[in-house]
Design a protein around this ligand. Structure first.
Ligand SMILES: C[S@@+](CC[C@H](N)C(=O)[O-])C[C@H]1O[C@@H](n2cnc3c(N)ncnc32)[C@H](O)[C@@H]1O
Length: 343
């Protein structure tokens, strides 16, 4: 059955079977990677329905698009036709086989977004197909620069290769992990937030950022890609010319904020808040504060058991008639009440 891709994932209409669409690269990611990997000759050696390869075609002179599954590559060809792309050479076959590799010239870059099991309890590097070591071995005669997509759940220390690990957020959620080898490696670890293309790269300067148990007037939630990359301290120290007073406010295992006495701006922030009140977390007292200060809704940003969630929320929102929306974090016994700030 032919599916036409949802508008959100692709601005351009793409056709596919259900499986191909599910694994296809979202357009902003494909566009970002294509710009970063701009070169003369690139091969996408596991191209699926062409989600990524079609964007390579915009920035590279010639693209070799290789795919094991004949039905997927037929969709990729049709999608190229729909988009009027004519600088892709399609090859059906096993990208690791000599029949395929002998058809290729010297390449500037080999890219692979490999297949992975659709369900795995813990994501691992070992079950990617084709595997990263095999690709690098098979293509070593015709290429020395490689880029791979890997599962973003894998933390940097679990990646056993000398490469740049680039964690990527899309629309506020962790979305991709890209690995860059050879001349494509610019640093050890980096984080990107799309749309917006903001990047932070690990540098060699050790950053010492203070941890605080009480937030300042402003609080910031970093993009998940920054957290996963372990670059929160580095993001904090990047504001040195604005203020020395940026610290880390660790709330619980899942929530960690940067906090400052001055407003900060970065597109690597997912949310920016003004801390309006810190008080004892007592349902009646918090409700009374919210009532007096014209709030209408409260978003609970704390780990509360699902069966207690609605009772808690109803108690906090009881009788609220204002207009404002509060975000409530709970640290130890205290409620940290915030409003979203536009700075
Ligand atoms: C995650 S999908 C790629 C999606 C693609 N990047 C896109 O945006 O449409 C992975 C693809 O790798 C292909 N594949 C797996 N092993 C392969 C191999 N040895 N040679 C060529 N393709 C392979 C699978 O058939 C699958 O279509």
């Amino acid at each position: 059955m032919i599916h036409v891709a949802r508008k959100k994932k692709f601005k351009t209409r793409m056709i596919s079977d259900k499986d191909g669409i599910r694994f296809a690269t979202p357009e902003p990611v494909a566009e970002y990677r294509a710009k970063r990997l701009q070169c003369e000759t690139i091969a996408d050696i596991s191209c699926g329905i062409g989600g990524q390869a079609l964007h390579f075609a915009k920035y590279c002179d010639i693209v070799y698009a290789i795919e094991l599954d004949p039905s997927k590559i037929e969709y990729a060809k049709k999608n190229a036709k729909i988009m009027g792309v004519n600088n892709i050479e399609f090859i059906t076959g096993d990208a690791l086989s000599s029949e395929v590799i002998t058809q290729l010239p010297e390449l500037d870059i080999v890219f692979s977004d490999p297949a992975r099991p659709s369900s795995e309890k813990v994501r691992s590097m070992d079950r990617l197909s084709p595997s990263i070591p095999e690709v690098m071995r098979s293509y070593s005669g015709i290429c020395s620069n490689f880029a791979f997509e890997a599962p973003p759940q894998i933390t940097p220390e679990r990646i056993p290769f000398d490469c740049e690990k680039e964690y990527m957020s899309l629309d506020g959620k962790l979305n991709r992990l890209n690995l860059y080898f050879g001349k494509l490696k610019k640093t050890d670890i980096s984080a990107v937030a799309l749309p917006g293309n903001s990047v932070i790269r690990k540098n060699d300067v050790k950053s010492h950022v203070i941890k605080t148990s009480k937030p300042e007037l402003y609080a910031y939630e970093a993009e998940e890609s920054v957290i996963k990359a372990g670059l929160l301290e580095q993001l904090a120290s990047s504001f040195k010319d604005v203020t020395d007073n940026v610290s880390i406010f660790e709330i619980d295992e899942k929530r960690i904020l940067l906090t400052s006495d001055k407003p900060l701006e970065s597109s690597l922030f997912k949310n920016s808040y003004r801390v309006v009140r810190i008080m004892r977390f007592d349902l009646e007292e918090v409700n009374s504060y919210l009532k007096k200060n014209s709030f209408k809704n409260i978003l609970i940003r704390a780990s509360i058991e699902p069966e207690r969630y609605w009772d808690t929320r109803n108690a906090l929102e009881k009788g609220l008639y204002g207009k404002k929306k509060a975000h409530l974090f709970i640290k130890d016994e205290n409620a940290v009440i915030c409003e979203v700030s536009d700075n």
